[in-house]
Design a protein around this ligand. Structure first.
Ligand code: MN
Length: 568
């Protein structure tokens, strides 16, 4: 059922109310493409609806950009649509603050953050649907943005969809990102593949009735026979392994047969093989041995009519839906109201590298039990296995992983020891907070710095991380010993120069650019009045840095002589 039909059928319903609310909230807003902004949230909701999501999630899809892009607040959404919808929208809004710039080491952290922030997996579904539509319309954005979003999609969101068993969505996201990340390769494929495609599709159209006849002879009626074209992104990866030789790729287009039961899968395979000889080594039983991501299906490559090679995939409806919708497939069963029917663990995952994936699997199995009622299913969707970790975000969108209970001080020391040492407070989600404020996942944290500020004993109680305490202790020790450590050396520059407007400013700016702290400035006029002697004392002991600075200052217009003295 289309969104339009739901609206017509149930005008006072949640989805219809959210629809009208969002349409009004985004009125007059336009996307980069010139389309009304509302089209985007409508498409997001349609994708969610297509995945079989419940009405709370579809409503959240319609409202997902209201908190960020309109004056509407989460509080208002709560009043208007209830806790659940408001919670989902606030989760999606927080996710929007994270920016990924392709630092590979941080990918895993980011995926964890996305899940932790989401708390409720439906937040992830809304975000994935949002991203899906943004990717489908990515060409409207400037190239720089296209690249970043495509990379983020390819490395974060598509793998995340894959982890959730939404392989169809994952495949589409990878494929949508492909032309932006590999434009040349994409052009090559376009130039070389299309004919093979159409030609093979025509062939499959011809043999489809033969397959139907062949199965009818065995008293079998498939539920459906369809084609699936190989995605460019996965085709490209495969071609790389086959020396870019398209003749070696046998699954550019595959015939897909849907049958009722697992037994029918094998019976169908037998009937096909009886008619058309299989290529040796090309029969793959992903039912007995699912792929690591849980994918199940029978694959075979046969020499079909006209002596041509064709790949055939055989699977049940359920395997197909798990392939297309993954975790979301569960809602399909719920909505079609037949929870007691065939429902084995539909999403199986092989052991994967991370503990959280194990956790994910645990609840996937939990929600896949036939007895699970809708309520239990929803509570199982809540993720609480990150209770002991929080993930805070820097103003640049980087993710900082901290233990639960961590404070802005821990955050500051994780960025840099100097940021920690001179921290005076923090702004969390735009609000000024003290240093002992407890951070929460998704907080946007900006550290406020005060020059000359030093750590105090009390900080040892505020900091929760070992690394922060370590730095604080070191700073306290350093203060007690009177700073007799090389770092606290002072250097006095003596600069003779021809006086002019802006001279002093140019000199101090050069020093500041070298990240050197100035402690005092003194200027004396010489007897001739046209010349000055400037003395600048800095916190600086590094010989190399001093010499570099001397060179820099000498280049400043007017400077005639630069000398220095270092003392502790
Ligand atoms: Mn959006």
């Amino acid at each position: 059922m289309l969104l339009k039909e739901i609206l017509a059928k149930d005008p006072p319903g949640l989805i219809a109310r959210a629809y009208r609310f969002a349409e009004h909230a985004h009125a007059g807003q336009k996307r980069k493409s010139g389309e009304p902004y509302f089209r985007h949230v409508q498409a997001t909701a349609e994708i969610l609806h297509g995945w079989g999501m419940d009405q709370v999630t579809v409503a959240a899809g319609l409202l997902h950009d209201t908190a960020e892009d309109t004056p509407i607040t989460i509080e208002e959404l709560k009043k208007e649509f209830g806790e659940e919808v408001a919670f989902l929208v606030s989760g999606v809004t927080k996710l929007g603050h994270i920016k990924y710039r392709g630092a590979t080491a941080k990918v895993e952290n980011l995926r964890k953050l996305i899940l932790a922030l989401s708390e409720d997996l439906r937040v992830v579904f809304v975000k994935l649907a949002d991203r899906m539509h943004n990717m489908r319309t990515l060409s409207a954005l400037p190239p720089q943005k296209q690249k970043r979003i495509a990379l983020e999609t390819d490395e974060i969101y598509a793998p995340l969809a894959n982890r959730l068993g939404m392989w169809q969505a994952a495949g589409e996201l990878h494929d949508l990102a492909f032309p932006f990340l590999h434009p040349e390769e994409h052009r090559w494929l376009l130039a070389h593949v299309p004919d093979a495609y159409e030609e093979r599709t025509a062939y499959l159209e011809r043999i489809k009735p033969q397959v139907e006849r062949l199965l009818a002879e065995q008293n079998m009626t498939p539920l459906a026979i369809s084609f699936r074209a190989k995605r460019y992104s996965s085709l490209y990866k495969k071609l790389l392994r086959y020396g870019m030789d398209l003749n070696k790729i046998h699954d550019l287009v595959a015939l897909r047969i849907l049958v009722a039961t697992t037994a029918d899968c094998y019976a169908t395979l037998g009937a096909i093989h009886a008619a058309w000889p299989p290529l040796p080594g090309r029969i793959k039983d992903f039912i007995a041995m699912p792929k690591p991501n849980g994918y199940r299906s029978l694959h075979t490559t046969v020499i079909g009519p006209e002596k041509r090679i064709v790949e055939i995939q055989i699977r049940t409806q359920e395997m197909n839906e798990a392939d297309e919708f993954g975790v979301a497939a569960h809602w399909l069963y719920k909505q079609h109201g037949d929870p007691g029917a065939s429902h084995p663990a539909q999403i199986r995952k092989a052991a994967e590298e991370l503990a959280w994936v194990e956790q994910l699997r645990a609840w996937q199995e939990q929600i896949a039990t036939p007895e699970a009622e809708a309520e239990e299913v929803l509570s199982a969707m809540k993720i609480d296995f990150f209770k002991d970790r929080i993930f805070a975000i820097t103003p640049r969108g980087d993710v900082i992983d901290l233990p639960a209970g961590a404070t802005p001080l821990d955050f500051a020391y994780r960025i840099h020891s100097q940021v920690g040492d001179s921290a005076s407070g923090a702004r969390v989600n735009g609000q000024i907070v003290p240093l002992n404020h407890e951070l929460r996942s998704g907080d946007l944290v900006e550290i406020l710095i005060q020059k000359g500020k030093h750590p105090s004993e009390a900080w040892l109680d505020i900091a929760k991380t070992a690394i922060a305490r370590e730095h604080i202790r070191a700073a306290l020790r350093h203060r007690k010993t009177g700073g007799l450590i090389p770092r606290s050396l002072r250097t006095e520059f003596r600069i003779a120069a021809k006086d002019r407007v802006g001279l002093l400013k140019d000199i101090t700016a050069a020093i500041a650019r070298a990240h050197v702290n100035i402690t005092s400035v003194n200027q004396q006029e010489s007897a001739s009045h046209s010349h000055v002697i400037i003395r600048i004392v800095c916190d600086l002991g590094d010989r190399e840095k001093i010499e570099k600075l001397v060179l820099k200052i000498r280049q400043i217009t007017g400077a005639t002589e630069v000398g220095f003295k270092t003392r502790s």
